[in-house]
Design a protein around this ligand. Structure first.
Ligand SMILES: Cn1c(SCC(=O)Nc2ccccc2)nc2c(=O)[nH]c(N)nc21
Length: 277
């Protein structure tokens, strides 16, 4: 048992957990407007919970390469109503993707269970907001900024560089009053990495585990799967499952995915077999 508190709930992170992706950026609701985007978000959320998700990940900012930056008020308007509505209706941990101090603060007040920051609390004020929020924080590595991070990314040693960076953020967090036991590490697959860099990071997932932290992996449907299999984004489920299975065998325990049911069932068998003496 290795319990971690996520707001008013806790998870045993000796077991694998699926984090279902809920996109609330307006372009993600191209359902012809039959539902309001909130109805659609709640419907998706209910489906992912029924399929076995432990966490619902809500993000108001698209971090795709070339994505236009979102204003703070846009982020607040997209995330907070959905967070509130989910907390009212469901008993589930809600993770909020944000790098913005005000969103961290408001989300904590409204009952978020995890802050998922692709910028590892680098933004001015984010560290202080996170320290006050008293929530678990996922620190993810990103090299550069979304607009340009995929232009010839280069590392002397990608595993060492990424883990050195994340450990430097851990030190800064501890100095700001964020206990190490609240921190989850994430190598940031696809955020300023070549295909080779992504494959090496996944192959060395254990390295981050051995640093003494739980590891979150977000590889679902990403370009690296497309690069390996030469498949479009809507045909990357099996490749995604293979990548997550490999990361599981190397110690990852939280998996950020679009397809909840396949992963819940895959990880149920993997964890049952791995635990058999
Ligand atoms: C918010 N967020 C994202 S968004 C990027 C994305 O899904 N792109 C994408 C999705 C589908 C297809 C192509 C690209 N990725 C991570 C991650 O890997 N780890 C953590 N912790 N948070 C994350």
């Amino acid at each position: 048992m290795s319990l971690m508190l996520f707001g008013d709930k806790s998870l045993d992170l000796s077991l694998p957990h699926v984090m279902g992706i809920l996109n609330v950026t307006p372009d993600s609701f191209s359902d012809g407007g039959s539902f309001s985007s909130l109805d659609s978000a709640l419907f998706q959320t209910q489906k992912m919970i029924r399929e076995g998700a432990s966490i619902i990940d809500v993000g108001g900012e698209s971090t795709r390469p070339g994505a236009t930056p979102v204003t703070m008020s846009q982020e607040l308007d997209r995330v907070l109503p959905v967070l509130e509505a989910i907390k009212e209706r469901f008993d589930i941990i809600v993770s909020v993707d944000t790098s913005t101090p005000e969103v961290i603060r408001e989300s904590a007040t409204l009952g978020a269970g995890l802050i998922n920051d692709v910028r590892a609390l680098e933004r001015a004020g984010a560290l202080e907001a996170a320290a006050q929020a008293d929530l678990p924080i996922c620190l993810m590595h990103m090299k550069g900024v979304p607009q340009t991070m995929q232009v010839k990314p280069d590392y002397s040693s990608v595993v060492a560089d990424v883990s050195d960076y994340l450990m430097s953020r851990v030190v800064v967090c501890e100095a700001a009053g964020v206990e190490r036991s609240r921190l989850i590490l994430d190598p940031g697959i696809g955020f300023g990495k070549s295909l080779e860099h992504n494959l090496v990071l996944l192959s060395h997932t254990e390295h981050f585990k051995r640093l003494g932290f739980d590891v979150l992996i977000g590889v679902s449907r990403k370009t690296m799967i497309g690069d390996v299999l030469n498949l479009p984004v809507d045909q990357r489920l099996y490749g995604t499952m293979g990548a997550n299975a490999a990361a599981y065998t190397k110690g990852a325990r939280i998996f950020r995915v679009h397809d909840v049911k396949p992963h819940v069932e895959m990880l149920e068998l993997m964890s049952r077999i791995e635990r058999e003496v």
